[in-house]
Design a binder for this molecule. Structure first.
Ligand code: SAH
Ligand code: SF4
Length: 334
């Protein structure tokens, strides 16, 4: 579904057609060109032939119906996953993938364990968005937030992720404000610096998960090449350039990084007016245990005492393996 291809198909049409077609695609969310009665019949047929709108996917609904996971089939036979989370108060956020698998191999992450298959094209990223936009439209609802926290490391697929964000943000296309879009990275300093220069107000999240290099390198092999100090230097430049807050994600792993001493060490690192900490309950993927609520409370007490602003992420879709870090197509029942 590239705009280039659309422009090619519409090259002999009057100029306003492309605007009409983008509206049909990204705002009306049509699923079949025959619905587009505003277009002449022969053009509808041509688009139906050369620019099919079908997105092949299988959906899984959580018991509480608040989470829907989509296994999206790609043309080369691979598949990727995206998740819709329906929050109270009319927030419909989707979590999209940027790669099939991930080469960074974090120990706690199911995607990391499946290895790396390939990058997704910007069209394949956009298809995940369109799939849920179409679904929500049937309920008169809309996507309100998009996070790049599905499978893969978005900054290892930088260009395609950025062009997808541009389509999502484009007023004549999907028209979602960049402040409603978040990109999460395991912490690649060069990419963070590049991202600082994009002049887009996309939210940046850093997967931290440990407050010292020894533990972080153990959990996240990427830390061996890019230790915490290097990541924070790049984050500092990002903050200087953009003046924006940065979110740090921290999964609580029982007995590994959830002790009060860990919270103390983390508080020192997080003592910055523009840092915000997001505590994430560990979603089981095999190797670790989740912290108990007593342990989590003790951890939070230390943060509070040190005046570290934090929030705790709500757990969505564990029963359909749709929660953070559980996305790994193979483990999904077909
Ligand atoms: N590669 C990027 C984005 C995808 S991972 C990154 O690592 O930031 C999205 C988020 O899910 C990250 O914060 C990641 O650390 C978290 N995550 C991975 N495995 C998890 C698990 N088992 N339980 C809870 N969160 C997990
Ligand atoms: Fe890759 Fe992110 Fe999973 Fe690490 S947590 S393996 S970087 S997807």
């Amino acid at each position: 579904m590239t705009s280039l291809k659309l422009e090619e198909i519409l090259k002999d049409e009057p100029k306003y057609r492309i605007t009409q077609v983008y509206k049909l695609l990204y705002s009306d969310f049509i699923e079949n060109w025959q619905e587009a009665t505003i277009l002449p019949k022969n053009l509808r047929n041509k688009l139906g032939r050369d620019f099919p709108l079908e997105i092949k996917a299988k959906l899984f609904h959580s018991k509480d119906q608040k989470t829907i996971k989509a296994l999206v089939y790609l043309e080369d036979g691979l598949a990727t996953e995206a998740v819709l989370m329906i929050h109270p108060k009319k927030r419909n956020s989707i979590c999209v993938s940027s790669q099939v698998g991930c080469p960074l191999g974090c120990k706690f992450c199911a995607t990391g364990k499946m290895g790396f298959k390939r990058n997704l094209s910007s069209d394949e990223i956009i298809s995940q968005v369109l799939l849920f936009a179409r679904l929500l439209k049937r309920e008169n609802e809309k996507i309100t937030n998009i996070v790049f926290m599905g499978m893969g490391e978005p900054f290892l697929n930088y260009d395609n992720v950025l062009s997808a964000i541009r389509i999502i943000n484009d007023k004549g296309k999907f028209n979602l404000g960049t402040r409603r879009i978040s990109v999460s990275t395991a912490g690649l300093p060069q990419a963070i610096r590049k991202f600082s220069g994009e002049k887009m107000e996309v939210n940046l999240a850093i997967s931290l998960h440990a407050a010292n290099d020894k533990l972080r390198s153990n959990l996240m092999p990427v830390n061996k090449g890019y230790p915490i100090r290097k990541v924070l230097e790049a984050v500092e430049e990002y903050i200087k350039k953009t003046g924006r807050k940065v979110m740090f994600e921290y999964i609580l792993l029982k007995g590994v990084n959830d002790r009060t001493a860990d919270a103390e060490e983390l508080s020192v690192l997080m003592n910055h007016p523009l840092y915000h900490l997001n505590l994430i309950p560990y979603n089981p993927t095999g190797d670790f245990k989740s912290s108990s609520s007593r342990e989590i409370d003790a951890f939070k007490r230390v943060l509070k005492a040190r005046n570290i602003p934090f929030t705790q992420r709500f757990r969505f879709g564990v029963d359909i393996a749709a929660a953070c870090g559980q996305l790994a197509c193979a483990s999904t029942p077909l």
